[in-house]
Design a protein around this ligand. Structure first.
Ligand code: TPP
Ligand code: MG
Length: 347
């Protein structure tokens, strides 16, 4: 064991210390429910033949994605990937726009121009992913370098999968960020599979985060099904980076609970492994925690659940009303307009 393993968060007062009150916690729970609900309904849309291409989900990764995004400041930037719907939801992307994106409609963040998970709303501080992995890490590091040059107290968060960690651009990003002590936090979504490749064929250390010390910064391994532990570690890392303390590599350990995408039934993952990790479902874990430590009542739970259901129903309807893009506008939006760039994220 070369890196620290994060401790679970034991009580409401510990969470308060880390910056969240009870109301915030219920919001985190709601964001996790919305995240899963968006992907479940997206899957139905796919089965109905309404989504072009394939369809990706981050089932099992809701706590990791929502936990990290909750720890980010409003002016921070991030490069979430195909398992990180929770980041988009937590940063405020409305579900109807995600459904519109899934269906290639003009109200999706890419206005119907790219595939379903290749999206982000720059106004909310996110940069859309490209397919090549882990090509968003150099982008996140570049943002951090810009923040340093402009003397802005902002942090960039870059996501990568454990499979993508084997590629050169991951090493180049971390070497550069480490030598310059840039304000960037690397989040490894370690879901134990890169398509059908298991972790022992991806990296030879015990943890991906073991590498951090070689780049000259801290690494930590977190149970990625524990939203509060993820939040606390991400918050520490982000505030350390903001304060000039340099990067951290936060590895969130989960299991990819579905196939690589809907065309893949994950036959290569042993069934007992799924059964074991299903017991650690991140939403169920947090629901029980809230009941035990924050006195979440049945009424509150039902109210949140009903609110999410209505939100998603309305969102689906609104997305279906969104028009398909018109071919005459194909060249629009290729370059950002000055107004588009007039946000705290593009000074
Ligand atoms: C450079 C590159 N090679 C191959 C692919 C095809 N591909 C997309 S996702 C993926 C698996 C990546 O695994 P991991 O980094 O563990 O992320 P996960 O999908 O498990 O979240 C592969 C091989 C790609 N997008 N980019
Ligand atoms: Mg993986």
């Amino acid at each position: 064991m070369a890196v620290r393993e994060a401790e679970p968060v034991a009580s409401l007062s510990e969470v308060k210390e880390a910056g969240l009150d009870r109301e915030d916690l219920l919001g985190v729970y709601r964001n996790m429910l919305v995240t899963r609900g968006v992907e479940e309904r997206g899957h139905i849309l796919y089965r109905q033949g309404k989504i072009p291409g394939s369809f990706y989900t981050g089932r099992g990764n809701e706590a990791a994605a929502v936990g990290v995004a909750t720890a980010m400041g409003p002016e921070d930037v991030g490069t979430p990937l195909h398992r990180d719907m929770g980041v988009h939801i937590t940063r405020g992307v409305e579900p109807w726009r995600v459904f519109a994106q899934y269906m290639g409609r003009s109200d999706g963040p890419t206005k119907g121009r790219d595939g379903n998970v290749h999206m982000a709303d720059a106004r909310l501080g996110m940069i859309a992913m490209v397919s090549h992995l882990p090509a968003m890490l150099p982008v996140a590091v570049g943002c951090a370098l810009a923040f340093r040059i402009r003397e802005e107290a902002r942090v960039a968060v870059g996501w990568f999968g454990e499979g993508a960690s084997a590629r050169g651009d991951a090493h180049e990003s971390m070497t550069f960020a480490g030598t310059r002590r840039l304000p960037v936090v690397f989040i490894c979504d370690n879901n134990q599979w890169a398509y059908s490749t298991p972790t022992h064929l991806e990296y030879a250390t015990e943890h991906v985060a073991d590498r951090a010390s070689a780049y000259g910064f801290d690494g930590v391994v977190v149970d990625g099904t524990d939203v509060l532990a993820v939040y606390r570690e991400a918050k520490r890392a982000i505030e350390k980076a903001r304060g000039g303390g340099g990067p951290t590599l936060v590895e969130c350990l989960t299991l990819r609970m579905e196939g690589h995408a809907v065309h893949d039934d994950a036959f290569y993952v042993p069934k007992p492994v799924f059964e074991e990790w299903a017991k650690q479902d991140p939403i169920e874990r947090f629901r029980v925690w809230l009941q035990e430590h924050a006195n979440m009542t049945t009424e509150e739970e039902e109210e949140i659940g009903a609110g999410v259901k209505k939100l998603l129903n309305d969102a689906l309807q609104r997305a279906e009303e969104s028009p398909l893009p018109d071919a005459s506008g194909l060249l629009e939006g290729v370059y950002a307009t000055p107004e588009d760039l007039d946000t705290p994220h593009h000074k």
